[in-house]
Ligand binder design. Structure first.
Ligand code: NAD
Length: 265
């Protein structure tokens, strides 16, 4: 514990349950004194998110579907009414239809599936960043979560990889725009972590096991490490860092070919 986030208030979007990356981030921000508001989608998830958020003393726990303008309007208005200004935003939201997360990308990606994945997984950060910037103090900071499938071809990641490429490019353009206001915008490219979302990708288990076998650290990505990077980027420790995609993946992204003992028979 410490006070790196003392006096800072922010919005955390994307906690679904205790395995969510956003939850690991929220816990670490709380331990450093941050005050947070949380959003969730649907009553089913409210039952999971509310007790978690309350355990960190959250007073603002509100529904927000990023595909619905009215829902976004209401969520950001609630936060503005409550606090006036915020200091940070955590965006940890993604979705693609299951049929687009297996087999052939070119054959399994319809117009509707493409548009939906881009809307929820990439545009939602543009929209949330724009809304958040209007109530963000100078010195504020925003992060989003991405994955290596944006840069390299990863089996079954397919449409989500294309959406993450858009998300990372959007991060750079948003950083350019909001830099003038003293706001920093970065992405964390996390290695595979066992969450609800990961379960939607065909062969998710091999994303984990291959990641572990190839990565220089030879271990799973620890959500605590991802949260540590989030703390750095969202606190004043991250001063001068903006527009960056920072990999926290046990080093998986640097490997071009696995060591012999990591190649499966
Ligand atoms: P998760 O399932 O816990 O979180 C995904 C969140 O997206 C959920 O809270 C869900 O409610 C939210 N969401 C989906 N559609 C939404 C909508 N229309 N409106 C509002 N919220 C919506 O899984 P996670 O793995 O913690 O995912 C968080 C982020 O991290 C995602 O962007 C994901 O792509 C990214 N990421 C995950 C991994 C991994 O291996 N788990 C690796 C790298 C990046």
């Amino acid at each position: 514990t410490g006070d790196l986030m003392k006096g800072k208030r922010g919005l955390v979007m994307g906690v679904a349950n205790k395995n969510s990356i956003a939850w690991a981030i929220a816990q670490q921000l709380h331990a450093q004194g941050a005050e947070m508001a949380f959003t969730y989608v649907g009553e089913g998830l409210e039952r999971r998110v509310r007790p978690l958020a309350e355990s960190l003393g959250a007073e603002v726990i509100i529904p927000c579907d990023v595909t619905d303008d009215t829902s976004m309007d209401e969520a950001f208005k609630t936060i503005e009414d409550k606090w006036g200004k915020i200091d940070f935003l955590v965006h940890a939201i993604a979705f693609a239809d299951k049929e687009a997360l297996k087999g052939s990308f070119v054959a399994n990606t319809s117009r509707e599936v493409f548009a939906r994945a881009m809307d929820v997984s990439a545009f939602s950060f543009v929209d949330a960043a724009n809304r958040a910037s209007k109530i963000m103090n100078p010195g504020g900071s925003m992060i989003t979560l991405t994955y290596l499938g944006s840069e390299r071809v990863i089996p079954n990641y397919n449409m989500m990889g294309v959406a993450k490429a858009a998300l990372e490019a959007a991060t750079r353009y948003i950083a350019r725009d909001l830099g003038k206001e003293g706001i920093r915008v970065n992405a964390i490219s996390a290695g595979a972590i066992k969450t609800l979302s990961l379960g939607g990708i065909a062969g998710a288990r091999s994303l984990l096991s291959e990641g572990r076998a190839w990565a220089p650290l030879r271990e799973d990505t620890d959500p605590v490490g991802v949260a540590g990077a989030a703390l750095y980027l969202l606190s004043d420790l991250g001063k001068s860092c903006t527009g960056e995609t920072h990999h926290v993946d046990a080093g998986f992204h640097i490997v071009g070919m696995p060591e012999e003992d990591a190649i499966r028979g």
